[in-house]
Every structure is written in C-alpha cells, then in structure tokens.
Design a protein around this ligand. Structure first.
Ligand SMILES: [Zn+2]
Length: 300
C-alpha cells in the first residue's frame, strides 16, 4: 500500500488528496461541489477526480488502502450514509460508501462527520499527535466540537456527535436557534460576532475585532463577551473530559489566537480540579488540510 485517499466534502468545494501512511498529503485537488447536481452526478465527478489524481501520483488501484470521507452534518458511519445535509440536500440519505467502494475495486470506504475528521487529522499528523484524549473546537460559521477518548472518536447516542457549540457560555447571551440562550455558538462564531457588531454600527466580525483593538467601546464589549464565553466553554470541557489537549481551529480562532489562548489559559489556571493534570491548550496545526488527513486516518 502506498497510501490512502482522504476526501473533505464541503458546501462549496470538495477537497481530496492522496495521503501517505505518515499523514502527509502527497497530492491534493479540489472540485466545486455543485449542490444542484444530483447525487449520482456528484459521485461520478468526484470519482473521475480521484482517478485523475491517482494517475498523476502514479498509484494504481491496488496501491490504495482505502478511501476516507469527511462530510458535514450527521452521518451513519456504520452504513456509510450521509443523513441530512442542508448544504447538499440531494445527498441526504444516500449511500455514499458503497458506490465509491465499488468504483475503486472494492477498497474499504469509511465516512465520518467533518468535525470528527478534522480532529482525527490533528491526532494523526497535527497538534494532537500521540494524544489518547483530545477535544477540538472549530470556530467559524458555527462552532463545531469533536472529542477523542482513548484514541477513538467519541460517538454519542444514536450515532450523533457532541454539540460543544451549545454548552452554556453566557447566561444573559442572545437566543440560540437551538432554543436555549447564551450558547457558546451564539457568542463566539463568526456570524454571532458580526450580528453583535451590527448593533454598534460595525460591518462583519473582522470589523469588530479591528475596532476593539482601536479602543471602540462597543466592539470591546463584544470581544469581552467572546473571551468570557470561551472561558465558560473551556471550563465545562475541562471538567467533563479532562482531555490531554484542547485544540482550537477554524478561521475565527486561528485569526485571533492570542484572545482564545488567553481565555482558555485563564480558565485552566482557575480550574483547581483540572489544572495540575497537564492539560495543554493549543492551536490546531493542519488548517484546511485537517479534513483530508483526518478522512485518510479513517482507513489507515
Ligand atoms: Zn444553542
């Protein structure tokens, strides 16, 4: 076996790569998702893309040890089915793993939620390498969470994944679409920061961060809430899982790492029951590659 194929399915593009057993991406390619395509057209385009990638790397069908796929939304990992993806409506409840396996000579194909795949990528070749327990928060258009326990992704009841974006973070915070108030996601995701910024005349989450840095009082109050909510979320995660490492990924955390690092460290320092257990707070390392590498890790 020369390696495996990792696929990261997103709402606008599908990134895929040939990945070595060490977790290095040998060659990567991207195709547009075309959400309006039928599922069968999507599978055909993706398969053609992988065939072209294999031809370029010089890997034959017998050289790949499997295909791993990370997808948004809940997935049935047992049956290899995407359950419901609002960004890709035509792909819901369709068997994904079986037709891919058939197309590539019966090679094993495994499917996983994308937040879980990103953590598996960090565990194979990124910031959580060698760790048995880890929690990863991805702060972007929402807040996703994934939990690695005893070297395995933790799967919740009925195959659902943990919803760390909805831990209580700020009692007086805004209402969340989930029905509760003050969830971490409605304080610290990109759209949440942008929405709070609108109320003080600022356009977009980056404008809020920039204005806060220049002393804009309204923007500073929003960023203070992001920090407080991060402290609260980390407090819950620390006491629930006591993981070896807590990782932050996604555009919001990556672009403003000192803020998130300081808030998480403050929480860790105050957590008397957790602080002496060697928990590390770190930034995810692989960025956009985590999805491909983690999907590959599914079949390593
Ligand atoms: Zn919520």
């Amino acid at each position: 076996m020369k390696g495996v194929i990792g696929i990261d399915v997103g709402g606008t593009k599908i990134a895929f790569g040939a990945v070595s057993p060490a977790g290095e991406i040998v060659l990567r390619r991207t195709i547009a998702t075309h959400p309006d395509d039928s599922f069968d057209e999507g599978i055909a385009r993706l398969s053609a893309g992988i065939e072209a990638l294999l031809a370029e790397t010089g890997w034959g069908a017998g050289d790949i040890g499997g295909i791993g796929i990370g997808c948004p939304g809940p997935v049935d990992t047992e049956r290899g089915v995407i359950l419901s993806v609002y960004t890709l409506p035509g792909w819901s409840n369709r068997e994904f793993a079986a037709p891919m396996s058939e197309r590539f000579g019966g090679t094993p194909v495994r499917l996983e939620n994308d937040a879980n795949a990103a953590l598996l990528g960090e565990a194979l070749a990124g910031a959580a390498r060698g760790k048995r327990s880890a929690v990863m928060l991805t702060l972007g258009t929402g807040i996703g969470g994934a939990v690695l326990l005893d070297g395995k992704i933790h799967v919740g009841a009925n195959g659902a994944h943990p919803e760390l974006g909805h831990v209580p973070a700020l009692a007086e915070g805004p209402e969340c679409p989930c029905g509760l108030r003050g969830c971490y996601e409605v304080i610290a995701s990109g759209p949440a920061i942008a929405e709070a910024g609108e109320a003080v005349g600022l356009d977009g989450s980056e404008a809020v961060f920039a204005a806060a840095a220049k002393g804009h009082a309204g923007a500073q109050a929003i960023i203070d809430n992001v920090a407080k909510a991060t402290e609260a979320a980390i407090w819950t995660i620390l006491h629930t899982f006591l993981p070896e490492i807590i990782l932050f990924g996604g555009g919001i955390a990556d672009g403003h790492w000192p803020l998130f690092e300081a808030a998480a460290q403050k929480s860790l320092a105050a957590a008397t029951l957790a602080r002496d257990q060697g928990v590390t707070i770190a930034r995810a390392k692989l960025g956009n590659d985590a999805g491909i590498v983690g999907a590959a890790n599914l079949v390593m």
